[in-house]
Design a binder for this molecule. Structure first.
Ligand code: ATP
Ligand code: MG
Length: 258
């Protein structure tokens, strides 16, 4: 059975999408069968992979109008598939409020596809609303990307409480896999201070910090993950090392799925 990981932080622009897409593409290159679920109405992961929701998006799946497997699309990486988002997903967050098992919709939708993948990665929107709660209920593990800047820790208490509430009421098996430091600039004192502070608060912080890198910021506009856009860039190398750590923590073999 696959491992499901939600990439969550209600703070906007901290590197959730960049990390989800880069880890997804990196793991797929190691022979891991990956499904990326774009749970953000902004559909940034979907466009960063150069895809469009042709056969319907996660919106139809959550609304119960389409099976998860029917909405999955292929990407340029053979082992990486995508369950795409579209703008109307914003409406799903509102519509679901009145429906039964509203927090479990994504979990139920993924049950039908879990056997086809080793790793399912969910890119969450920048809020703690129903879409993120659906992701946390569907997930076995959470990864929290944290941007190395002033007030980096702000809001993490609230996120931790949400994870705790989901664990207590909806998904007892949910675990925090780790915190990923993003947009790290080792040359600035602030960057180094934030890194230390985050590591002090969270023992589970990954060893690898993702550096600020122009190539990482450029890749999405080409519809390519960093591994294809510029695999020798510092950002690509950092994500390669993060994938190593992550697969190690999950005890997933690197090269040739399970
Ligand atoms: P949102 O909350 O809106 O979904 P997010 O948390 O998914 O945002 P990203 O979209 O991954 O964050 O990143 C925000 C911006 O920063 C994007 O323009 C992205 O290209 C850029 N970015 C992310 N990581 C890096 C990095 N390591 N170096 C340089 N730019 C980066
Ligand atoms: Mg995003």
């Amino acid at each position: 059975m696959s491992v499901v990981i939600a990439f969550a932080n209600q703070k906007g622009g901290v590197g959730k999408t960049t990390t989800t897409v880069s880890v997804a593409a990196g793991a797929a290159e190691r022979g891991v069968r990956v499904l990326l679920v774009d749970a953000d109405p902004q559909a940034n992961s979907t466009s960063a992979l150069g895809c469009r929701p042709d056969g319907g998006s996660l919106y139809e799946v959550l609304a119960g109008r389409r099976r998860g497997a029917d909405a999955v699309v292929a990407t340029a990486s053979p082992l990486l598939s995508l369950l795409p988002a579209s703008g109307d997903l914003a409406g799903a967050a509102v519509e679901l409020v009145a429906q039964t098992s509203r927090e479990h919709r994504l979990r139920l939708a993924l049950e039908g596809v879990r056997a086809d993948y080793d790793l399912i990665l969910i890119d969450c929107p920048p809020s703690l609303g129903l879409l993120t709660v659906n992701a946390l209920v569907a997930a076995d593990q959470v990864i929290v990307p944290v941007q190395c800047e002033y007030l980096a820790l702000e809001g993490l208490g609230q996120l931790a409480r949400t994870i705790e509430l989901v664990r207590a009421n909806l998904n007892p098996g949910l675990e925090l896999l780790g915190v990923v430091l993003t947009m790290f600039d080792a040359r600035t004192k602030l960057g180094r201070q934030v890194q230390q502070e985050v590591r002090r608060h969270f023992d589970s912080t990954f060893e690898t910090a993702i550096p600020r890198s122009v190539r990482l910021a450029e890749a999405p506009s080409h519809g390519q993950p960093i591994q294809i856009y510029d695999r020798r860039s510092p950002g690509a190398l950092a994500y390669e090392s993060l994938v190593d750590e992550l697969l190690g923590r999950l005890r997933l073999p690197r090269g040739g799925g399970r």
